[in-house]
Design a protein around this ligand. Sequence first.
Ligand SMILES: Nc1ncnc2c1ncn2[C@@H]1O[C@H](COP(=O)(O)OP(=O)(O)O)[C@@H](O)[C@H]1O
Ligand SMILES: [Mg+2]
Length: 341
Amino acid sequence: MKNREDIICGYHILEVLGSGGQGTVYLAEHEVLQRKYALKYAYGAEREQLRREADVMKALTDRRIPYLVDQIETKDVSVLVMEYVEGIGLDAYLKERVPLEEDKALALLQQITEIAAYLHEQKGIVAHRDLKPANFVIAKDGSLHLLDFGTALTGMESLHRHDTCGTPGYAAPEQMQGGRSGMEADVYAIGAMYAYMLTGIEPTLPPFHPAGADEWPDSVSVESKALLKEALDPVKEKRPQDAVCLLEKIEAVKKRKRLLWPVLERMLYQTILVMDTMTASVLVWLRYRETPVERAEMICGGITLVVLLWCALRGMFGPKRRFVVAREWNVTYTAKEMWGL
Ligand SMILES: Nc1ncnc2c1ncn2[C@@H]1O[C@H](COP(=O)(O)OP(=O)(O)O)[C@@H](O)[C@H]1O
Ligand SMILES: [Mg+2]
């Protein structure tokens, strides 16, 4: 907290929200507006970087990225005032839950990639270059938000800038080697996050790289494994070139998974129903042939037949439902398309 006043330009500092490589972020309340904001402080050489961060952020208007409120410059310090996203860090959220089931990991992967795709689609093309769970927050309404544009580059810069940046474990090889890095580096980091979600192996610990193919669980689908392989390719030209391409591949993985399993499930379910119906019919028929049938037996057999036929018809033509399988932090996971149940 060195050099920091408890109040700056009407913002009362309340507590530390977090600190990383590029300064400390405080929670503050504006004395007139009575609203809370996040204030990111930078001193000395880091001030220039904070100004660059502000330049990138002011061009972004998506609700999943904190909006810039103010930029304060005093003799000693630069302060970036931004929207406060109240929630839980994705790093803390995942720490308690990894390894995740593939469907949950895929749903999160999609949300992460959608935000990155928004950046990569901007006119000036923005690469974040430090995507990792600690830079995402899950807000109270369950939506995911991306923070920390300290290492972000616009498209023109990424054409000629060589630097070492990012977080070991999530940073692509070209970032660690001080080469030119851009959107493909974001794709790599997203791949590293997916590997972490599926395996629980923390890439920010030695040996500082994402879990390799031999560590991915057998239960993970071949489609997801192929996606991981592509995203984590050490050669940046071989990766999907931006998050928009990656998003298309994620959609394809989801579609293939969705197509295969429910069809098999539906076939199995309907086969059982048909066999049940036939067995019940044969039993009733045999009973009827052998001896004069008791009235009660006929009624029971008849009811069984009607119920089974109804189930079979519903299975074939009935509505496809969604079932809530888990609800956490207002994020609802649903299993789709369970035919006939
Ligand atoms: N707008 C914000 N709302 C809520 N928390 C924030 C916000 N900005 C930063 N934080 C918290 O502060 C931490 C550090 O901020 P970050 O911008 O990532 O700084 P650094 O560049 O030092 O890593 C984040 O991990 C997060 O916990
Ligand atoms: Mg950070």
